[in-house]
Ligand binder design. Structure first.
Ligand code: SF4
Length: 230
């Protein structure tokens, strides 16, 4: 089963911190976050799909020139073909990174033994997920995904994108506590960027009560490492 790929970035230094990586954007996502910066990747199919074989040919040519390949999205674990794709990429000698929202816990658990690093988005307090994702039950699925990730021991970064209209400072502090209670050690808070977002009301700048740095400082005692990206 081949992977449906909606885009390919030949070289990124930011999608997997500290690594030179190609990024494979997997087509399809079951959620509808208003702030999504890649809405073209949400539908299950796209006119702009890149055949998996073409991705592999590109990666053959990049052997020895990249540290790794990041599967991003959309949501990579939506696709049953992810595991085979990961094996094919590893067979070329690349390390494998994965971006996920954790919403397919079983598929995530199956792929984790073959992944070197995961960037997982935690979007809200787990009970309040639908406000951001538009999907009932999404918080429970994300929590199950997070628990698989933490149990796996795979290196990871948990991050939350903050739009003031969707996540108040109080909500963000609650997310921090929910993560720390479950054993997350490293946490990244990142400010919403309007690039790519199609929701006009969210594109308008909304005013925060406090700066993200202030909230980050309040949460710092809960984590070994906390990063605020504004
Ligand atoms: S989970 Fe990610 S890809 Fe899916 S809608 Fe939300 S922001 Fe977009």
């Amino acid at each position: 089963m081949t992977l449906r790929v909606g885009g390919l970035t030949p070289l990124s230094t930011t999608d997997w911190p500290g690594m030179l990586a190609a990024v494979v954007f997997c087509q399809g996502c079951p959620w509808r976050c208003g702030y999504c910066h890649n809405p073209d990747l949400i539908p299950p199919r796209s006119e702009n799909e890149i055949p998996w074989q073409a991705v592999m040919e590109f990666l053959h040519r990049r052997q020895g020139m990249l540290d790794g390949v990041v599967f991003s999205g959309g949501e990579p674990t939506l696709q049953a073909g992810l595991l085979d794709a990961v094996h094919e990429v590893r067979a070329l000698g690349f390390k494998v990174g994965l971006h996920t929202g954790g919403m397919y816990p079983s598929r995530l658990a199956a792929v984790l033994p073959f992944v070197d690093w995961v960037g997982m988005d935690v979007k809200a307090p787990f009970a309040d997920y639908p406000r951001t994702t538009g999907a009932e039950g999404s918080g429970g699925r994300a929590l199950a995904g997070l628990q698989h990730l933490l149990a796996s021991g795979v290196e990871h970064e948990i991050r939350t994108t903050v739009h003031p209209a969707l996540l108040s400072d109080t909500d963000l502090i609650q997310v921090g506590h929910e993560l720390a209670e479950r054993g997350v050690h490293r946490y990244v808070i990142q400010a919403f960027r309007s690039q790519g977002c199609r929701d006009e009301s969210l594109r308008q700048s909304a005013v925060r009560e406090r700066s993200l740095q202030d909230v980050g400082e309040e949460l710092a005692m809960l984590f070994e490492e906390i990063t605020v990206r504004t």
